[in-house]
Ligand binder design. Sequence first.
Ligand SMILES: [Zn+2]
Length: 459
Amino acid sequence: MIKLAKWIHSKINKTSQPLTREAIDAYQLVKLREIIDFCREKSPFYCRHLKGFSGKQIATLEDLSDFPFTTSQDIRDNSLQFLCVSQDEIQRVVTLQTSGTTGNPKRLYFTRQDLELSIDFFAHAMSDFVHAGEKVLILLPGEKPNSVGDLIAKGLERIQVKGLIHGPVRDPARTAEEIKSQQPACLIGIPTQVLRLARTQHIPRGIIRNVILTTDYVPIAIVSALEKIWGCQVFNHYGMTEMGLGGGVECGVGYGVRGSRFGVRGEKMSLSPHLLPLPPLHLREADLHVEVIDPDTGEAKPDGELAEIVFTTLTRNGMPLIRYRTGDIARFLPEPCHCGTVLKRLERVQGRLDNRGQIGADILSMADLDEALFPIPNLLDFQAVMTEESALQIFLYVKNNSPDSQTLTQVQDALRRIPSLSNMTSAGLEIRIDFSKTNRHNTGAEKRVIRKGHSEAPF
Ligand SMILES: [Zn+2]
């Protein structure tokens, strides 16, 4: 059994009885009742928000669907009113500023106990990927106490693994030097930044065994490129600040199944990545109850259907969230996992609801562009803008900053193969491709989106 599942077992059930799905559901039901009562009593926001629901009790997990959602806007408008504790008990405040949105930033508050839950999660989630005595290079912000990099390093320390906080990749040559001198068995980083590192620097195969990609959509095209270049295994961690940073991690055991079809060690791929079964994630089900709902109607979707992820925190103290709408699209997979766990399997997140361009019935997502363009070997990054005059402008950042006609042809071919984009061009959408001349690149501080508006060069 994977170590993450053992940890969840130990949190849910102190006996040596095998963990069952029924035991997890029963535990979550008790925790949901507790957290709803706690929020009603302590949080001014939820006291108002749940006013009409004061008599409601949750007899089954399905009854949670009677309760209202919490949105990103609710947090922006009322962040302090979410608090269930006094401000003196808050150890860390995370402020999230989203580009293109006006008004208040989103603030999330954590107590010492909340941060401890995150550290404990990172310790156990990482123990499936690294062993005592090894090193992990953390390519995420970690300078501030209790920032994500710092919490991961604290978690690693508990399993006798050295977490080296490097920060986001700003200078790939310097990051490569650190990898060669420190020899970390594992990297944790932002997908496009790690790709850039792999495509621009020579790092001998055999140093990096595992790469964990996080903070944004993880394109299969990037996973495949990293596996090929470094001969490593690549896993997806899903989480967000609102979840308490850690959410879930791809099943390490399921990898063997994927690897055999995935062309893992640089072998030739026999199938298009789009046709491959996607590796599932297991969630920290002792701390989070996750639902998948229809974004238009708000109704629960059955396992197997793609829809929006909504979660409720079960164990958070400072700022618990009830039915928080993430805007992320994914689905639960009904079949049991190869690792033998009873934890649910969440398919890799497919992108975001607000991250799409639409013309008529045709929808183009950033994920479509990522999967089409990142297989191009010379490409390091790109940005896409849907302009007001019905054009899709794509700015490409390529290796050595040297655009060539072969890359341009590859980009045009790749775009032509996206069905929704073909329909859009038939309907009059113009595609403009520009190579970026400057050396600025995505710092990873924001999620990559198809922006709307003007077509100025973003790099
Ligand atoms: Zn599994």
